[in-house]
Structure formats: C-alpha cells, structure tokens
Design a protein around this ligand. Structure first.
Ligand code: G6P
Length: 368
C-alpha cells in the first residue's frame, strides 16, 4: 500500500503531485511544424471550420473543466459554447444541427448520463468528441473523435489529476478551433502553447512551495460549518471546483458563487469568522473582486485568497494568502486549481476524514 502510494500518505496527494507530468504528457507531440495538431479528432479542417455551436457535456468535476473551457472556446475561437451537466442536457431539447459539436468530458468514460447525452446528440446529428482518461471506454467508442487525457489511472475518488488533464486537453481544443477558424494567428498559437507548457513548471513550484500557507489556511477553516468560494471570470469557474473538492472529502458544506453575485444572497451568510475562499489572481476583473472581498471583510469574513505572487495589496483584504506564480488569465485555472485541491485535502485531513474514499461517493457513476 505504501509503495503504491509512492511514499505519500494517500492517493489523492500522490495524484495531485503527478500533475506536472500530466500537463507535459498531455501536450507532448501536439505542436507539429509550429501548428497545433490533434489527429485523433478525425475531422477535416473543412468540417471543423463549419462548427458554429459547441456544447460541453459532463458531470461532476469534469463539468467544471468544461466551464473553464467555455471561456476559452468563446474567447479564442469566437464560437458560442454552452457547458451543461449531462443529466440536464439529455432531458431537454437542445438546439443541435450537423454543425454542432458536442464535447463529452468524462474521466471514466462510462458515466451513464454523459453516455446517454452522447447517444442522443448523435441521433440528432451532432459531431461528438470525447475527452476521457480511459482508453477504449464507452465514451471513446461512441464518439467521432477522442482526446485521451494522459492522467493514467486515478484511484482517489475525488478527481484531481484527471481534472487538470481535462482542462489542458480542452485548452488545446479551444486553441485548435481558433486556429482553424483563423481567429488566432500561428505566432499567437505558438506563444500560447509555450506558456501552456510552462504551467507544468509552475504547478511543480506550487507543489514545492505552497504547503506552509495551505496548512495555515486549513487550520483556520477546519472547524467551520460552511465555506463560500468566490471568484470572477476564470476564477468563478475554478472556484466551483474548489467548493466541490472541499465538500466531497471534508463533509463541510461549501458552495461557490461568482463574486459579483454575493450581494444577491450569499453575503447574508457572512458573520464573524465565516470562511470566504477567493480565487484572487490578477485578471481583468481583479479590482472588482477585491471590492467584493472588502465587502465580505467588513462583515467579519475570514478571507483566504489564492493570489498572484508579488501582489502585496491583497494582504489588506485577506487573512490568509496562498501565492501562486503569475500566468496569463486563460491559464489561471490550471495553476489556481492546485492550491484549492491541496486546501480541500488539508482541511479533510485536519477533520480526520478518509480523503481517498469519501462516504457515499463512487469513482464512476454508471447508473442514472
Ligand atoms: C463521480 C466522481 C467524480 C467525477 C464524476 C464524473 O461523481 O466521483 O470525481 O467527476 O463522477 O465522472 P466522469 O468519469 O464522467 O468524469
């Protein structure tokens, strides 16, 4: 058991530490002659160029990877993109035409709702791409093309390295669509790719350096009854995953809100010491987020901020700061998700929970 865990106390921590490798493996061989190449998708450039609508369909953590990718697909490729949980998508009547691309994201490749959504979308004429971690899984078999995340087997029930593999794969897909549509020039693609590849080193650094700050924040949160995760833009999407990770393994109630929505409800929850965990990395909406934090602090919140290295100002608005390296906003979900994983795990460990096998949850959900 100890050997299997590679010297780590649990599989979750081992898998979190595998993430730099996952990023590197997922990107290996993708830049060919200066252009992005995803041959497995099996769709000609002409066919890809016709795509005028994208649905990302998934469940759980995979859904959160999709929320991040929606920002990138719309931002770079300028194609309308919706991200929806499969159990909703399959029971409504979404607008699907032969130029609709459905991207099904599933670590296991066998989640019942995601599979049913794929089948339905194909009957309606959509092209379906799968993003999965399991070679030959039903999602892979039933899609027109598949990108395999290179996470290798994930054992901890709470997904970490698969999530990062999904985010990186979806980032590549967004870049590919932008390349095909001519929305990003080749030199921009190469620059983005280089910076995306650099996130492997940045995640490595986070893993090496963040531990003291994480432990301190975890101690401050462990006896709370509830926690609120907030962010804006990419930070809003990644904070959804932060809240899910925490509730899955620590049984602490956690919810995530776009910070701009706090005034419309969640701020009523805040009293002395209430934990607000903010993805506060530098971005075009950083100042807006800071003013939300000021409003929270004024009501007694205990703020934990994931912030960009060098940002001293944030200390004025946060009780605990976890610094991560600066990356472009488009890649901030990759780096910011790592301290959120570590924080959830540290809180769960401090609460005496079994982080690898949380109660009531299964690694894959093959029945509806
Ligand atoms: C379960 C797992 C989650 C996972 C979700 C979707 O709930 O516990 O970690 O995110 O299923 O699974 P999939 O295999 O489709 O990504």
């Amino acid at each position: 058991d100890v050997a299997e865990k590679g010297g780590y106390p649990d599989f979750m921590l081992k898998e979190i530490h595998e993430q730099p490798r996952v990023i590197r493996d997922t990107l290996a061989g993708r830049l060919v002659g200066g252009a992005l190449s995803i041959d497995e998708l099996d769709l000609s450039v002409e066919e890809l160029n016709l795509i005028d609508r994208v649905y990302i369909i998934a469940c759980g953590t995979s859904y959160h990877a999709g929320l991040i990718a929606k920002n990138l697909i719309e931002g770079w490729a300028r194609i309308p993109c919706e991200c929806e949980v499969a159990s909703e998508f399959r029971y409504r009547n979404p607008i699907i035409t032969p130029t609709t691309l459905v991207v099904a994201v599933s670590q296991s490749g066998e989640t019942a709702d995601t599979l049913a959504a794929i089948r339905d979308a194909r009957v309606k004429g959509a092209r379906v791409f799968g993003i999965t971690n399991v070679v030959g899984s039903p999602v892979a078999r039933e899609s027109d093309g598949v990108i395999y995340t290179k996470a290798n087997k994930e054992i901890a029930v709470a997904s970490t390295k698969s999530f990062l593999g999904q985010v990186v794969s979806l980032t590549l897909l967004a870049m590919l669509l932008a390349q095909v549509k001519g929305k990003l020039k080749m030199n921009q693609i190469r620059l983005l790719f280089r910076e995306l590849a650099d996130t492997a080193d940045q995640v490595e650094r986070i893993l090496a350096e963040c531990k003291p700050a994480i432990e301190e924040a975890a101690l401050a949160c462990k006896d709370a009854r509830s926690a609120l995760f907030v962010g804006r833009g990419m930070g809003a999407a990644v904070s959804r995953e932060g809240a899910l990770k925490l509730k899955e393994i620590s049984y602490l109630h956690a919810e995530s809100y776009p910070a701009g929505e706090m005034k419309h409800g969640p701020i009523a929850l805040i009293d002395e010491g209430f934990p607000v965990i903010a993805v506060a990395t530098k971005s075009p909406v950083y100042d807006k987020l800071v003013s939300n934090l000021q409003e929270s602090k004024a009501r007694g919140a205990m703020v934990v901020a994931i912030a960009t290295e060098g940002d001293e100002e944030i200390r004025k608005h946060a009780d605990h700061v976890i610094y991560i390296p600066k990356v472009r906003d488009a890649f901030s979900a990759i780096t910011a998700s790592v301290p959120l994983q570590l924080l959830a795990r540290a809180i769960a460990v401090a609460r005496g929970c079994d982080v690898d096998q949380p109660r009531n949850l299964a690694k894959s959900v093959t029945v509806e």
